[in-house]
Design a protein around this ligand. Sequence first.
Ligand SMILES: Cc1ncc(COP(=O)(O)O)c(C=O)c1O
Length: 363
Amino acid sequence: MSSRIYNFGAGPAMLPTEVMIKAQQEFLDYKGMGASVMEISHRSKDFDAIVDRCDELIRELSGLPDNYKILYVHGGARMQFSAMPMNLLGRSAKRKSLYFETGNFAKLARKEAERYGEVEIVANGEATNFDRIPDVSGIEFDQQAAYAHLTSNNTIYGTRWNEYPDTGEVPLIADMTSDIFSREVDYSQFGAVYAGFQKNLGPSGVALVLMREDLIGNAMPETPTLLDYKVYADNHSMANTINTFAIYMLMLVLEWKKEQGGIVALQKRNEEKAQILYRLIDGSDFYLGAAQPESRSVMNVTFNLANTELAGKFLEEALQNDLYALKGHRAVGGIRASIYNAMPVAGVEALASFMQEFERSNG
Ligand SMILES: Cc1ncc(COP(=O)(O)O)c(C=O)c1O
C-alpha cells in the first residue's frame, strides 16, 4: 500500500483501504460466480442479497425507526434537491417550503425548490460568509408549509448543526451528504434525510434516502417516474437498473463501519481526529480557523494561513508529503481537510505534523 496517499478531498472521497482491497479481490469473480458483480442482473438473487444486506446494515447501524423506508435513488444528492419538492409540495395547499440557508449546497437546494413553489428562507448565514449556523431560536415556522429543509453539515464552509431545529408539525428534511453515519442521529426528528454516496457511503452518482412512510406517495403529477419516491419504495429501488456497483460498494462500506464498532465508535474517532486539527489551529497564530468554534464541522476542517500568500506553498509541500487535495473551496479559500469516516487517525496525525513543521519553517 506504499503508493496510497492520504486523501483529504471533499468528495468523491477516500474509501477504507480494506474495502478497496476486498472489492479488488472480488472484482473478476464474485463469490465463485465467474463474473463480476458489475456483470450480473440487478434482478438476480445474488444482487438481491446485496441490497437486502445494505438495508439490514443501515437499520442496524443507524437505529432507523421501522416506519422509515430505505431508498437508493439515482442522481446523487443534487437530484434530491428537485425530488424533495416534487414529492412533498403536494402536501401543502400553499405549495410552500422553508429553507435554512447555511451554505452553498443549501442555497442550490433552495433555488431548485423555487422552481416548484413558494420558498421562505427562514435563516440565512450569508452575512457572515456562512461561518456559523445562524441562531434559529425564536423563529416561528409557518405550520402550513409542506416541509423545511436544512443541510446538516456544510461541506464547503466547514460548519455543522449541533442541534436540529424543532419545526413543529412541518417535517424536517436534511441533506446529510457530508456527515451521514458519522455521528449518532435520532432519525425520528426528520421526515426524510438524504445523502449522496461519495463521502461516507461509496462511489458517486447515487443517493441514500431515508423517508418516513407517510410522506411517500404525494408526488406532484408532473414528477418524472424515476424521481417519485413511491416508485422506489414499491420496487425496492429497482424500477429500472440501479448503479449495481455503487450498491455493492455501499454494502462493503457498511460492513466496514460495523467492523469498526458501529456509529458510536466512528463518532468518537471522528471527534478525536477533528480535535487534533482544531487544537493545533487554536494554539497557533499562523493558522486561522474559518468556522466559528461553536459551529465547527467534524468532517470538513476549514482554515486559512494568516499569511495567505503561503497557501500555494503549503499545498505544494503537503502534496510532496503525500497529503492530497487540501485546497479549500474557492468560496472560502485557504485549506480544507475533509476527514470522513474512512480517514484514519494516522492520516490526521500526518497532516498535523506537517502543519507544525510548515509553521516552524515559515512562521
Ligand atoms: C452537503 C452536500 N450536498 C450536496 C452535494 C452535491 O452532491 P452530488 O454531487 O451528489 O449532487 C454535496 C457535494 O459535495 C454536498 O457536500
